[in-house]
Design a protein around this ligand. Structure first.
Ligand SMILES: *[C@@H]1O[C@H](CO)[C@@H](O)[C@H](O)[C@H]1NC(C)=O
Ligand SMILES: *[C@@H]1O[C@H](CO)[C@@H](O)[C@H](O)[C@H]1NC(C)=O
Ligand SMILES: *[C@@H]1O[C@H](CO)[C@@H](O)[C@H](O)[C@H]1NC(C)=O
Ligand SMILES: *[C@@H]1O[C@H](CO)[C@@H](O)[C@H](O)[C@H]1NC(C)=O
Ligand SMILES: *[C@@H]1O[C@H](CO)[C@@H](O)[C@H](O)[C@H]1NC(C)=O
Ligand SMILES: *[C@@H]1O[C@H](CO)[C@@H](O)[C@H](O)[C@H]1NC(C)=O
Ligand SMILES: *[C@@H]1O[C@H](CO)[C@@H](O)[C@H](O)[C@H]1NC(C)=O
Ligand SMILES: *[C@@H]1O[C@H](CO)[C@@H](O)[C@H](O)[C@H]1NC(C)=O
Length: 452
């Protein structure tokens, strides 16, 4: 149970948000606005008049406008986006973009270094960007291509890694729905060469790289596999994947001490250690009541110690180390029930049948509490528990017990008080209940016979 929660929580908790599509939508909207009014914030003007002669003096120059790149997207039919990097000699920059497709010629003036323009899909295109066309020192950059070779599918917007048993599982999410498969390339962190060949996925979501060395860091990149609808698949940024955690934390100190001002509660201090050679970022401590009652709470801490205020009940806990690609094997520990320190004779139990009993308590607890939990067990057997709301009487009949009581057996029962008033179920483990008392009872003989 512990391990399963662990993993799903871990995966669910990894999410990063980033919305390049909003940016693109913005650009497209800007385009439509501008093509209707022929002006966009006074910064962009387009016309088809032949102005080629004005820019004849512009030159290709390494210090001038450069790295002009144009690409389209399958879902934005008939549009391309062009981006370029400004030259480094002047601070004031005005760009003129010239798009040529067969007979079509379009000039646009803009101040930004990107633009979305409408093109004819079937035709090859040449795009030229002039920087400061009015100036003597005008520079230009040129790009040529055809629509079908320009369809770009960006790297995944979300990537997560999970290392286990020498394998690396890569999970990705794509903005573009036309992506069908992807490739993963990897190398040992710091090395120059990528391991060849890249690993190809069987679907668009996940891929497993096998036979890695668990103790080393890797550098990983991801790209889609090109298709007709994704003719360009750029590599993603490089991700650093830390080594797989294979050691188990070891508990070095466990102390169970009294809390003078809180009878029925104890302070549990737990210290553990983990090899410093492993690259971990923190620890997960999961803790739940041994009775199986929810919740199974996971705490995230960077220090190898924890202090909890618990009732006298028994708890189970797991500790593992984590980094952003793996979770170490867990060390499990059962915190035993506290036997001493409770006054006798404050509780008694009357058994009515194998599925019904009444618990009475001596003090007028309902003045202070409305939420209670009864927990009962036979020695060395699984515990059962039931939480309940009681504000009228200092007793409570528990019926329809899920696990019938065994006849002729001795049980012990604990009653806990819970400080919450809205729900009698536990929300958090720490400081969630105190033990009021404990007592023994025998399941009455004969109720098995009566039933038949
Ligand atoms: C761009 O600006 C230049 C200089 O101001 C001007 O000569 C040209 O006509 C403009 N072109 C367009 C398409 O507005
Ligand atoms: C545009 O003008 C240039 C130079 O003035 C000329 O060489 C070219 O043929 C013209 N192109 C068109 C399509 O009119
Ligand atoms: C577009 O350009 C490619 C190569 O540059 C060429 O093979 C192809 O025939 C051109 N297509 C058209 C429609 O001009
Ligand atoms: C894994 O990497 C470690 C550290 O670089 C190295 O000592 C070890 O020999 C490697 N193991 C294998 C099986 O290559
Ligand atoms: C994972 O952790 C490593 C080292 O701690 C860090 O360099 C890297 O950026 C992290 N990767 C992600 C995807 O968070
Ligand atoms: C654990 O805590 C660290 C930092 O305190 C945080 O970056 C990380 O996301 C947390 N993990 C989970 C699963 O909450
Ligand atoms: C539990 O509560 C005590 C008392 O408020 C506090 O000192 C301790 O840090 C808490 N433990 C955790 C894990 O939050
Ligand atoms: C059990 O509780 C009932 C109700 O409070 C009380 O009458 C009875 O004396 C108690 N018996 C014992 C043995 O404490």
């Amino acid at each position: 149970m512990f391990a399963r929660r662990f993993q799903s929580d871990f995966l669910e908790s990894r999410c990063s948000s980033c919305h390049p599509h909003l940016f693109i939508l913005g650009l497209i909207l800007a385009y439509f606005l501008s093509s209707h009014v022929q002006a966009f914030n006074g910064q962009r003007m387009c016309r088809s008049k032949n102005e080629t002669s004005k820019y004849q003096h512009c030159r290709l120059h390494p210090d001038g406008v450069h790295d002009l790149d144009c690409f389209g997207r399958f879902k934005n039919r008939g549009m391309i986006e062009c981006v370029w990097k400004p030259g480094n000699h002047t601070s004031e920059k005005i760009y003129t973009l010239l798009l040529i497709q067969k007979k079509k010629k379009e000039f646009c003036n803009i101040t930004e270094s990107s633009i979305i323009i409408k093109v004819f899909e079937g035709l090859n295109m040449t795009v030229t960007v002039f920087e400061n066309g009015e100036s003597e020192k005008c520079t230009k950059a040129v790009f040529s291509g055809s629509w079908s070779s320009l369809l770009r599918c960006d790297p995944p917007y979300e990537v997560s890694f999970r290392r286990r048993l020498g394998n690396l599982h890569v999970n990705v999410s794509w903005q573009q729905t036309v992506v069908k498969h992807f490739s993963v390339r990897y190398k040992v962190l710091g090395s120059l060469l990528w391991t060849e060949p890249p690993v190809q996925s069987h679907n668009k979501k996940g891929c497993t790289v096998e036979n890695l060395n668990s103790s080393v860091f890797y550098t990983v990149q991801i790209q889609c596999v090109t298709t007709e609808r994704c003719s360009q698949c750029p590599w993603s940024e490089t991700y650093t994947v830390p080594s797989e955690l294979t050691a188990q934390p070891a508990i070095v100190h466990l102390e169970d001490s009294d809390i003078t001002e809180r009878t029925g509660s104890r302070l549990l201090s737990l210290h553990w250690k983990f090899p410093a050679t492993e690259s971990y970022d923190g620890y997960y401590v999961t803790i739940a009541k041994a009775s199986g009652e929810d919740p199974c709470e996971r705490m995230n801490t960077t220090r190898p110690e924890i202090r909890l205020i618990l009732s006298f009940s028994s708890y189970r806990l797991n500790i593992s180390a984590w980094n952003n690609a793996s979770i170490s094997p867990a060390v499990s520990h059962t915190i035993p029930q506290r036997e001493d320190g409770l006054e006798e004779g404050k509780l008694n139990v009357t058994v009515h049948s194998d599925t019904s009993l009444t618990v009475y308590w001596k003090d007028d607890l309902i003045k202070t509490y409305v939420c209670f939990s009864a927990e009962w067990m036979r020695k060395r057997h699984q515990r059962a528990s039931m939480s309940f709301y009681q504000k009228a009487y200092n007793w409570r009949t528990l019926s329809s017990l899920q696990e019938p009581l065994e006849p002729y057996k001795r049980y012990s029962l604990m009653l806990h008080t819970r400080p919450n008033k809205d729900t009698c179920n536990i929300k958090y483990i720490n400081r969630s209940e105190s033990t009021y008392g404990t007592t023994q009872f025998y399941s009455i003989q004969g109720f098995h016979d009566k039933r038949v």
